[in-house]
Design a protein around this ligand. Structure first.
Ligand code: ZN
Length: 120
């Protein structure tokens, strides 16, 4: 891939990140609306037990929150021109890896290094 192609790839990614971001924001907005429309639960123990459907919603919500954080981080990197740079060694992560894992912050060798020496 030449620099122009990488630039185009980042541009495409930027658009898709913005789209994903608005999808999640819309979804969480609908989620909140739904919560508001539900009859208020007066009994606290009833609220705590919940049901399966509720726990799935909360789980999705939590996952969306993490995704949103990753999207914001990637958008920030795109904005300041550091997107695609390894956070550990500052070498390019590589367009192929970024296409598969757009939220990668480490190159393959740094990631392997980190996985083989956890918390060091
Ligand atoms: Zn690296």
């Amino acid at each position: 891939m030449n620099p122009g192609e990488i630039q185009a790839m980042i541009q495409t990614l930027h658009e898709s990140l913005l789209e994903q971001k608005s999808l999640i924001l819309n979804k969480s907005y609908e989620f909140r609306q739904e919560q508001c429309n539900r009859a208020p639960v007066s009994d606290e123990s009833e609220a705590a037990s919940g049901n399966l459907e509720d726990s799935i919603s909360i789980h999705l919500h939590e996952r969306d929150r993490r995704t949103l954080y990753q999207i914001e981080r990637a958008l920030g990197k795109i904005a300041d021109g550091t997107y695609g740079q390894c956070e550990a060694c500052a070498y390019p992560i590589g367009p192929r890896r970024l296409q598969v894992h757009p939220f990668s912050t480490l190159c393959v060798s740094c990631m392997e290094e980190q996985e083989s020496h956890p918390r060091q």
